[in-house]
Design a protein around this ligand. Structure first.
Ligand SMILES: NC(=O)c1ccc[n+]([C@@H]2O[C@H](COP(=O)([O-])OP(=O)(O)OC[C@H]3O[C@@H](n4cnc5c(N)ncnc54)[C@H](OP(=O)(O)O)[C@@H]3O)[C@@H](O)[C@H]2O)c1
Length: 231
């Protein structure tokens, strides 16, 4: 059965490949990011399955815009993938207030507020997943330069546990995937020259399978998805 899945950060990297994979499997994907042109390219590739929505998830109107879209089209959602993220690689002592704000808003506040704003649109049996990082996984190796990013991802994982508890009476599941390194623009900008063991297409296949079926086996879980490398 075809499902409707909202994904943030669909213009590039992991979110882009996951959107394509879900579209190829015949699902409806509401693809969100700020880059209208890149979303339109995605739509051109999968005209029947991609519904592009260009917006900044940190805008105070983001939740309202998505809700309005769902209301106007009289549709509900079966899945939400909080994938959009920002990483500013800098020593802890050099991270500015603005660096903190940017990473917290994109990586933690926006997923929290969007989940709240969209809660009425979830079908029973829906699955929400947060794309966290091994840097935000308790007890993992920590790396210089990633303190703020990792703190936001740690918060995102704990938020996942809380949402799973709060939404359990609505039959909505929520899980967090803590990824290790994946070869994307984010990784290449933060760590020039690094070679990750995983390609975006590979992790997209895993995330697509997980959003569709993972909630049959997990709820409120923070799951490391890594070969032991940083993320
Ligand atoms: N790559 C890795 O090694 C790795 C490891 C662990 C975890 N992760 C996590 O995986 C997720 C995807 O990462 P990636 O490597 O694919 O990153 P990426 O290539 O840099 O893509 C990031 C995506 O987030 C979107 N985005 C950023 N700010 C946004 C905003 N304010 N509003 C809407 N969309 C926004 C970007 O779209 P626009 O610029 O068009 O808005 C883009 O589509 C992130 O949460 C990241 O932390 C990645």
């Amino acid at each position: 059965m075809s499902k409707r899945i909202v994904i943030t950060g669909a213009s590039r990297g992991i979110g882009n490949e996951t959107s394509k994979r879900l579209a190829e499997l015949g699902h409806q994907v509401i693809a969100i990011s700020r880059s209208k042109d890149l979303l339109n390219q995605l739509k051109d590739e999968y005209p029947s399955n991609i519904e592009p929505l260009a917006l900044d998830i940190t805008d105070s109107s983001a939740g309202e815009t998505i809700s309005q879209y769902l209301s106007d089209n009289s549709v509900k959602i079966d899945g939400l993938i909080h994938n959009a993220g920002v990483l500013i690689n800098k020593p802890f002592s050099e991270q500015t207030r603005s660096d903190w704000q940017k990473q917290f808003e994109v990586n933690l506040m926006a997923p929290a507020l969007l989940t709240k704003d969209l809660h009425e649109f979830f079908n029973s049996g829906s699955h929400i997943i947060t794309i966290s990082s091994m840097g935000g996984y308790q007890g993992s190796s920590k790396f210089p330069g990633l303190s703020v990013y990792s703190a936001t991802k740690g918060g995102l994982s704990i938020l996942t546990e809380c949402i799973a508890t709060e939404f359990s009476d609505k039959n909505i599941s929520c899980n967090s995937l803590c990824l290790g390194a994946v070869q994307t623009e984010m990784l290449e900008q933060a760590f020039p020259g690094i070679e990750a063991p995983v390609e975006p297409e590979e992790i997209a296949e895993y995330i697509s399978e997980f959003i569709l079926n993972g909630h049959k086996f997990y709820n409120g879980q923070i799951l490391p998805v890594t070969l032991g490398d940083p993320g």
